[in-house]
Design a binder for this molecule. Structure first.
Ligand SMILES: *[C@@H]1O[C@H](CO)[C@@H](O)[C@H](O)[C@H]1NC(C)=O
Ligand SMILES: *[C@@H]1O[C@H](CO)[C@@H](O)[C@H](O)[C@H]1NC(C)=O
Length: 385
């Protein structure tokens, strides 16, 4: 009796303290997520861990899981925080053998590009693309999964109508391909319209060079009505780029220490993506398409480190080894490789391995996407009918 009174009191207190979450818990039946290593929950390691893959070794996973899961971080990713906040289980990687996907699936895989490999081969970049599941492959995985999560087209549409779709991030690896081949930045900029089309929606069928449709458009056709479309990170602030691309002093932001023209590339991609989203909103007025910002929070982690509990320092990987400059990033001794080590407290670093972010960073970003200010509109903003 005393026990149940206690439970009631606790429930009442919880309900008073956290009314939005109580309502939120019922909001989504499932979450379906697509993307690359920023959101891979283990797809790349489902069939066994490739020897070369440092991201599947400790200290990856040290903070939350205590063991490596294939996530490229010390713990949870943005999508994990979102799932927990809306009362869903962590999304299993879509390739997992014995998982159930009725409450969602994570199709993201490390290395994914939005454009298919022939696009890069056609530009002499075949050797810099390493692709285990491009955006179009992930669409196919999604369509193949339908048979196991819903029994009829109507049942699928009903499920998708009640689900949240997180479409990315995509783009980072598309730009890495020419960047790491040291192609001029002007050439890298020419990829932007194609990347954005493949994420959002290709040009109308009659004008289309190929028949690939954008992922957002495709998911809307499947019945999705709530979609989150993330932009890319300010890559000029990341230890991997800072250590590979050495620039003249005037090419670095004075306060940030970031490489300005690399951040411009990310910024231009994000602006083009937001224009594409605006077009899609006009075409699909009944659908809620949210732009999710990775760029602004990452810049804030650099410029206003203390506000997030991070150390104020040159952009520096928590996990890595000394390399060129102060970035704690060394290509021959990356996080997880012999000779690398993790900082004592990953929660005071925003950069985990010089490429990806720490769980602490992802938590801040997830909060900003759910409640603002890092999403337009925030995912849990009350809907206006
Ligand atoms: C299957 O599930 C069990 C228990 O949850 C887990 O330990 C195991 O690793 C899973 N196997 C595969 C192949 O995913
Ligand atoms: C990078 O790591 C390698 C292998 O651990 C090491 O030999 C080398 O000295 C490191 N580079 C720098 C600049 O410290």
């Amino acid at each position: 009796m005393r026990f149940s009174v206690c439970v009631v009191v606790v429930l009442v207190v919880l309900a008073v303290l956290r009314p939005p979450q109580a309502a939120v818990a019922q909001k989504y039946a499932a979450i379906f997520n697509f993307g690359d290593s920023l959101v891979d929950a283990g797809n790349l390691v489902v069939d066994g861990i490739p020897d070369y893959l440092a991201t599947a070794r400790l200290p990856y996973g040290m903070t939350y899981f205590g063991y490596p899961t294939g996530r490229c971080s010390d713990g949870r990713l943005v999508v994990d925080f979102i799932a927990q906040e809306v009362g869903l289980p962590l999304l299993p990687p879509s390739k997992a053998k014995n998982a159930t996907f009725h409450r969602g699936a994570n199709f993201a895989i490390t290395g994914a590009t939005s454009l298919d490999t022939p696009y890069f081969q056609g530009r002499g970049l075949g050797h810099t693309v390493w692709n285990s599941g491009s955006l179009h492959t992930q669409i196919k995985w999604f369509q193949d999964m339908k048979a196991s999560i819903c029994k009829s087209p109507q049942e699928c549409r009903d499920l998708f109508r009640r689900s949240l779709f997180i479409v990315g991030e995509f783009g980072g690896n598309d730009y890495n391909s020419p960047l790491f081949a040291f192609r001029p930045l002007e050439e890298v900029h020419t990829f932007i319209p194609d990347v954005v089309d493949s994420i959002g929606k290709g040009i109308e069928a009659t004008h289309r060079r190929n028949c690939m449709d954008g992922l957002v458009q495709k998911l809307i056709e499947e019945g999705a009505v709530e979609l989150v479309v993330p932009g890319v990170l300010p890559i000029g602030c990341f230890p991997v780029y800072l250590s590979i691309f050495r620039k003249q002093p005037e090419m670095y932001g004075r306060r940030s220490g970031c490489i300005k023209d690399l951040n411009t590339l990310s910024w231009v991609h994000n602006a083009a993506l937001q224009r594409k989203i605006a077009e899609l909103r006009v075409k699909h007025p009944g659908v809620r398409i949210m732009y999710a910002d990775y760029y602004t929070p990452a810049i804030q982690f650099v410029l206003h480190a203390e506000k997030y509990g991070f150390l104020r320092q040159t952009p520096r990987a928590c996990c890595g080894a000394p390399g060129v400059g102060e970035y704690n990033f060394n290509l021959t001794s990356k996080c997880g490789d012999p000779g690398s080590y993790a900082c004592d407290d990953p929660s005071n670093h925003w950069s985990w391995d010089g490429i990806h972010l720490t769980e602490a960073s992802y938590g801040h970003i997830a909060k900003g996407w759910l409640y603002g200010p890092f999403a337009d509109p925030p995912i849990l903003e009350t809907r206006h009918h």
